[in-house]
Design a protein around this ligand. Structure first.
Ligand code: GLU
Length: 452
């Protein structure tokens, strides 16, 4: 379908679905984006004439390859891996790698697509990409993970580079995996450069990178509250997940005077009405990062808490909800339950955690709703700062990086206000704001390049 004749989101989507069959996550991410951007494009003929939306929803390229490795029983194993290089109009490709059994091309395309606009919002020169594998790191030994990472990098290294494409972590890819990947990259290339971010502090990593996604999410939440003359202080917060994003979102919420009531993993959630304080967060950090255990151990250790097997935390009444686990973890019904229980703000730490029905419910209710592109951009923003430090061959202090992170989140918030509200008095639609602001910069670059 020609975008020239495109009358509506549905017209545009029917073409996209036809071109990308069997990719529901990708369809969902594009639809959410198109609902904001198609009306904007229809008002700006220069974008329409250049077929910008059609071009933007087509990745620059996708590299697919087999990763063969040997397990601890000397059996040969094979997984599939991808790197989706979505768009490098405004900078070298940038985005994480995800290792999880549910990784498919559709998941990585949705992530790479969203990454393009998230990275644009940060104001840093970063294009959008995402990669990963259906490898399951759960239950694997360190040596197995190392052999897998080394085998993956043996292929991936030829497609990436500090000025080409800079991968980082995501679900299932943390400090351990980045270290193995970077060690192998350096060995193959015989060059010490910042081609990966999220590196250890001893070898070019940045202070605050580990904390950045969670901290940034809370900074953004505080920016939204401040905009309406309120604060997160004294509010109750429901968080899902117990990985990197969730842990540091909890830590910063507590630091700013909020009370965190829940955390979760794929086995269920814990509810602690006394609040998950700094000491309890330290326990979760050790449980998840060092011992790689399950969240029910929290309720065994802290008697104030209850464990709810196989459930998600959205039935617990809270002022602020921060989904920090994975995509589609808040259904339409769960969004309505949160609203019925009086939620004032929803701030997305995970990528696309809310189903489209839930997105519509939050926007319609007029609460403070920050979509992932804006709210979780702090992680990749500090990755961008890690690239800067690597290029300068310098490392900045914790205070300096944290201050820059706060400023970047504040500027993203300001862009959302500019593009997400027509009148000063109007409630800000952060979904429209983030989508349109992210779109404009990438679109301007693509227009300037002509037919590429
Ligand atoms: N995986 C993170 C994200 O979704 C961070 C990517 C990066 O640091 O490059 O934004």
């Amino acid at each position: 379908m020609e975008l020239e004749n495109c009358q509506s989101v549905d017209d545009f989507m029917s073409g996209l679905v036809k071109r990308n069959p069997g990719e529901p996550e990708f369809h969902q991410a594009v639809r959410e984006f198109a609902e904001s951007v198609v009306p904007f494009v229809l008002e700006h003929p220069q974008y329409q004439e250049a077929q910008i939306l059609e071009r933007m929803t087509e990745p620059d390229r996708i590299v697919i390859f087999r990763v063969t490795w040997e397990d601890d029983q000397n059996r040969i194993r094979a997984n599939r891996a991808w790197r989706v290089q979505f768009n490098n109009s405004i900078g070298p490709y940038k985005g994480g790698m995800r290792f999880h059994t549910n990784v498919t091309q559709s998941v990585l395309k949705f992530l790479g697509f969203e990454q393009t606009f998230k990275n644009s919002l940060t104001g840093l020169p970063m294009g959008g990409a995402k990669g990963g594998s259906n490898f399951n790191p759960k239950g694997k030994s360190n040596n197995e993970v190392m052999r897998f990472c080394q085998s993956l990098m043996t292929e991936l290294h030829r497609h990436i580079g500090e000025d080409t494409d800079v991968p980082a972590g995501d679900i299932g890819v943390g400090a351990r995996e980045i270290s193995y990947l970077f060690g192998q990259y350096k060995r193959l290339e015989n060059r010490f450069v910042g081609t990966l971010t999220g590196k250890g502090l001893a070898f070019g990593g940045s202070l605050v990178r580990t904390e950045a996604t969670g901290y940034g999410c809370v900074y953004f939440c505080e920016d939204m509250f401040n905009h309406v003359g309120e604060s997160i202080r004294g509010k109750t917060v429901g968080i899902s997940g117990s990985g990197n994003v969730a842990i540091y979102a909890a830590e910063k919420s507590v630091e700013l005077g909020a009370k965190v009531l829940t955390l979760s993993d794929s086995s269920g959630f814990i509810h602690d009405p006394d609040g998950i304080d700094a000491e309890k967060i330290a326990f979760v950090k050790d449980l998840k990062e060092v011992r790689r255990g399950r969240i029910n151990e929290y309720a065994e250790k802290f008697k104030s808490a209850s464990f709810h097997e196989g459930k998600r935390p959205w039935s617990v009444p809270v002022d602020v909800a921060m989904p920090c686990a994975t995509q589609n973890e808040v259904s339409g019904d769960e969004a309505r339950t949160l609203l019925a229980n009086g939620v004032k703000a929803v701030c997305e730490g995970a990528n696309m955690p809310t189903e489209l029905e839930g997105v519509h419910a939050f926007v319609k209710a007029g609460i403070l709703y920050a979509p992932a592109k804006a709210a979780n951009a702090g992680g990749v923003a500090v990755s961008g700062l890690e690239q800067s430090q690597n290029a300068l061959r310098l490392s900045w202090s914790r205070e300096e990086v944290d201050e820059r992170l706060k400023t970047i989140m504040r500027e993203i918030h300001a862009q959302c206000v500019t593009y997400g509200s027509k009148a000063k008095s109007e409630i800000v639609n952060y979904v429209d704001g983030a989508n349109i602001a992210g779109f404009v910069k990438v679109a301007e670059a693509m227009l300037a390049y002509g037919a590429v």
